[in-house]
Design a protein around this ligand. Structure first.
Ligand code: ZN
Length: 487
């Protein structure tokens, strides 16, 4: 038995001012066959799981390339086609195959390609033929397009946001593909289009209960898998929107009924799945009002994980202007400022201009006399089983405010983002993290209170402010006449 696995993944914010090149994938993950480490990353878990099972069960896994780039703007055509054609070439050389496994984020857009995953899977299908099972893992922040549904046998998305379950879902992708190869199951897809754009952190009700209920429905009545596509709101592509995908063992009618029931339930939650968003000053006030820290203030509007620059200064400026004591913010992406800090050295005190560089939404740079408190070459942070590089990083202090400056753009994920730079977040009154909800896995447990801010940076929390021109309408909350329906 021979299976092929590969991965190409990024989350494209078509409104982001930062272009995505092949170089950005080289700086992210660029693992050629056999080069992938034993540790799974968010979108390469199918490879790691399949590698382990192939070894244990005595079948052959042919490893293709794995590519991942930190979310940013549209991928260049040359970069996408290079990676795609490399994977297709490896696949062609590996034929004949019994199955294909793909780790795809599911929200990649390239010049000339609104639906990279649909394009890739269609070409994979053409090479392997109609009978070879193709199992796909997706991030829920993806576009569940017709092309990728038609080309694959099934897609399984992470259920949790923060995505703490990427390895668990990969186990299911591999298991279902193997069962399909053995002729034990016949996956059939039912899709419900909720006609809505939203954000759905699973740390909050009612979404928490919804995901728990979905889990309890799997493995019964022929239900193989249920996925909620949250949608990725910051892409101007026609098939954007929240969807429910139910995969049954050849029980199409039941799957359609269940997808409709769950889709209408999600539709009924619209407007109630996100936290309250405060202004920077409101959040600082609430944080300072607590007797004990830390208050964790999240700024999703500058989340690098959603393609934002992560160099906005709106909250930081207020912390400095208000002379807040015991506050720390991370990460702030500014490679040039990091370089200056290394030149100044640990303990160095100098006038630094930092942040506010990438776009108007980043605000103005901060000019301040800073003290360099810690320098780390090739710093990292952890997110579940994954180690995420920060590049050369510097901790600086301005009065009572500390900032972690990083060179490789990424969002706040682990507490070691602070501790590796000499800052103990548990000992601070206010911790500001640039992240939508992934921060919650590590920072939720130490937070006296979690507060969410819309600082007005590049990813608006009110989706009616996103300047879409190409998405299919009507869709909530842009249109009151949106009507959810079975696909
Ligand atoms: Zn995601």
């Amino acid at each position: 038995m021979r299976l092929f696995v590969a991965s190409v993944a990024t989350e494209t914010n078509t409104f982001s001012p930062i272009p995505t090149s092949l170089e950005n994938f080289r700086e992210g993950l660029f693992a050629r066959p056999g080069e992938h480490p034993e540790q799974a990353t968010l979108c390469t878990a199918p490879l790691v799981v399949a590698r382990r099972r192939a070894k244990a069960e005595g079948w052959t896994l042919i490893e293709g390339s794995c590519f991942w780039a930190e979310p940013a703007g549209t991928v260049s055509r040359q970069a996408y086609e290079t990676m795609r054609d490399e994977i297709l070439g490896q696949l062609k050389a590996a034929l004949p195959l019994d199955g294909v496994l793909m780790g795809l984020h599911g929200a990649m857009v390239a010049d000339g390609y609104d639906d990279c995953e649909g394009d890739l899977l269609t070409r994979v299908r053409a090479l392997v033929g109609p009978k070879v099972p193709i199992g796909v893992e997706h991030d829920p922040h993806s576009h569940l397009t017709r092309a990728r549904l038609a080309a694959s046998d099934f897609i399984i998305s992470f259920k949790e946001f923060p995505h703490t379950d990427f390895v668990d879902r990969a186990e299911e992708v591999v298991e279902l593909t193997l069962r399909m190869i053995r002729g034990e199951i016949k996956p059939v897809k039912s899709v419900f289009d909720c006609r809505m754009i939203g954000s759905f952190p699973t740390t909050l009700q009612p979404m928490r209960g919804f995901v728990d209920r979905i889990k309890s429905l799997e493995g019964k009545n022929g239900v193989l898998s249920i996925s909620v596509t949250h949608c990725f709101p910051y892409a101007d592509v026609p098939e954007l929107g929240a969807k429910i995908l139910v995969v049954t063992d050849n029980r199409k009618d039941y799957g359609d009924r269940l997808a409709t029931e769950l889709g209408m339930e999600l539709w009924g939650m619209r407007g109630r799945t996100t936290p309250e968003f405060l202004t920077p000053d409101q959040a600082i006030d609430q944080g300072l009002a607590l007797n004990e820290g830390p208050a964790v203030i999240a700024d999703p509007s500058d989340n690098a994980g959603g393609g934002a620059p992560s160099d906005s200064t709106q909250i930081l400026r207020r912390l400095i202007e208000r002379k807040v004591e015991g506050a720390a913010l991370a990460p702030l992406w500014d490679p040039m400022a990091v370089r200056f800090c290394f030149d100044a050295g640990e303990g160095g005190r100098f006038k630094l201009r930092f942040g506010g560089k990438t776009a108007p939404s980043s605000g103005q740079p901060i000019d301040a006399e800073v003290i360099v408190t810690k320098l780390v070459r090739e710093a990292t942070q952890n997110f579940g089983a994954a180690t995420v590089p920060l590049g050369d990083s510097a901790a600086i202090r301005i009065g009572g405010v500390e900032v972690v400056l990083i060179s490789k753009r990424t969002q706040a994920l682990g507490r070691d983002l602070f501790t590796n730079l000499g800052i103990d977040p548990e000992q601070r009154r206010i911790i500001v993290v640039k992240s939508t909800n992934h921060f919650h896995a590590a920072f939720g447990p130490i937070a006296r209170k979690v507060l969410y801010v819309d600082s007005g940076s590049s990813i608006p929390r009110d989706h009616r402010q996103v300047p879409y021109t190409r998405i299919q309408r009507p869709i909530w909350p842009l249109d009151e006449n949106a009507r959810p329906h079975l696909v």
